[in-house]
Design a protein around this ligand. Sequence first.
Ligand SMILES: [Fe+2]
Ligand SMILES: [Fe+2]
Length: 194
Amino acid sequence: MLTMKISEKTREEVKRILKELNEEGPYEMNKKFIQHGRQTVHNHCVSVAVMCCTLAEKFHLPVKRNDLIRGALLHDFFLYDWHEPVLAHKIHGYTHPKKAMKNAEQFYGINKREKRMIRHHMFPLTPHPPTNLEAWVLCISDKICAIQEMKKAKRTGVYEAIKAAKAGAKEKARNAAREARAIARERRRERKAS
Ligand SMILES: [Fe+2]
Ligand SMILES: [Fe+2]
């Protein structure tokens, strides 16, 4: 796992911008949705923002830090549960950058750089590569964090637990349907007998 020391400057800046986003719009909604394993979209975005700053500091990259953090915090601001079994979510990986960008535009006054960061963060899954340094830093940081989160979920048995819970829910639904059919049959028998 890639672990790097988080600077006090990064901690303070991410905290400040997070506070601004919470005051300006419904950023807290990110806490309602799961990203990888049991990790919320909110926590994922904070991890990605911290990773962006840490990489930029480590490699002395001349980034616009404020834009870098805002773009990173808003990069997955798509505001829905992509785990729901609906057809549209099957292509979530390809479509969510545009949705997140639209939401960020609607609720926050994002600039051109932030817009491009959000729009291209899924490259190479989406065909257009990042067009500025901050977008490249985000694109890489997002992948590092996603891999770490998925590895953790696998290691701690989260995916098995989710699978078991889903199987349990399906079994419950099957039993309820069986019970409903039995009641209907019984009613029909009663009607015929009377
Ligand atoms: Fe994303
Ligand atoms: Fe992400």
